[in-house]
Write a protein that binds this ligand. Structure first.
Ligand code: NAP
Length: 252
């Protein structure tokens, strides 16, 4: 698929870009020869190196940073560095996320705080760090990765669902704050996508998810990446504050 009028050489920051959906998003942006900045946090760099290699093979200018996106200070330092070197950031995909699943009755304060910090506060951190320069440049696109679970809930994922629902309210509010400056802020809410995050689920749980998907297949990271890419293209220049649901019809 091709989209019209996408600036080559855009500076694109993808949090959680080392694997899964983030890696697929990076590979999609590689098709326009964007400059790609991956952010990940695992001290084991194998996944990020694999993604970097795949991008470098395509001649893409790519770099990877091990930064905890839940840290306001660390994110601020990262974006200041990127902005000082490239002069701008055109796209931010807030994709980093974790799960700490358990029933609320058994959930520790730490499990609650950690998921909210990594999944939701990180979106604030990265948006805060990049918004002023985007507003100044009168352009930019932010896509926040939510989840179908943020819309319908899921037993055992109250922390995760709260973080993903929070992303939607945040997205719409920021979209309203910066729309007049031509900065667009949208969300993508994936359904059940095959990545390391879902690979760990028991077979029975996967089968039960499958039964809830009208299109009768698990989504691929590329399914999500395509929606993210489209939202950041000029083809979506009149779209802000929206959520694109990529879920095989799981939630309509
Ligand atoms: P994944 O394969 O587990 O990848 C998660 C990514 O987030 C990794 O790159 C990881 O990097 C990074 N990350 C985690 N904690 C971080 C931190 N503190 N600082 C910086 N980076 C951090 O997950 P995925 O399935 O691709 O999910 C990507 C996003 O889509 C998440 O927000 C998830 O909630 C959402 N989502 C996924 C599904 C699904 O079915 N898979 C469905 C709906 C929504 P390191 O490993 O290096 O830490």
């Amino acid at each position: 698929m091709r989209y019209l009028m996408v600036d080559a050489g855009r500076v694109v920051v993808i949090t959680g870009g080392s694997k899964g959906i983030g890696r697929a998003v990076a590979m999609r942006f590689a098709q326009e020869k964007a400059r790609i900045i991956l952010v990940h946090y695992d001290p084991d760099e194998t996944a990020s190196e694999k993604t970097m290699d795949a991008l470098a093979k395509q001649g893409i200018e790519v770099e990877s940073h091990k930064v905890d996106v839940s840290s306001f200070e660390a994110v601020d330092v990262l974006f200041k560095d990127i902005l000082s070197r490239f002069g701008r950031v055109d796209v931010v995909v807030n994709n980093a996320g974790i799960t700490k699943d358990t029933l609320v009755m058994r959930m520790s304060e730490e499990e609650w705080d950690m998921v909210l910090k990594v999944n939701l506060k990180s979106v604030f951190n990265c948006t805060h760090a990049v918004l002023r320069p985007m507003v100044k440049k009168r352009g930019g696109s932010i896509v926040n990765i939510s989840s179908v679970v943020g819309l319908v809930g899921n037993a055992g994922q109250a922390n995760y669902a709260a973080s993903k629902a929070g992303i939607l309210g945040f997205t719409k509010s920021v979209a309203r704050e910066v729309a007049a400056r031509q900065v667009r802020v949208n969300a993508v809410a994936p359904g059940f996508i095959q990545t390391e995050m879902t690979d760990v689920l028991p077979e029975q749980a996967k089968e039960s998810f499958l039964q809830q998907i009208p299109l009768r297949r698990i989504g691929s990271p590329e399914d999500v990446a395509e929606a993210v890419y489209w939202l950041c293209s000029d083809a979506a220049s009149y779209i802000t504050g929206q959520t694109i649901h990529v879920n095989g019809g799981m939630f309509m």
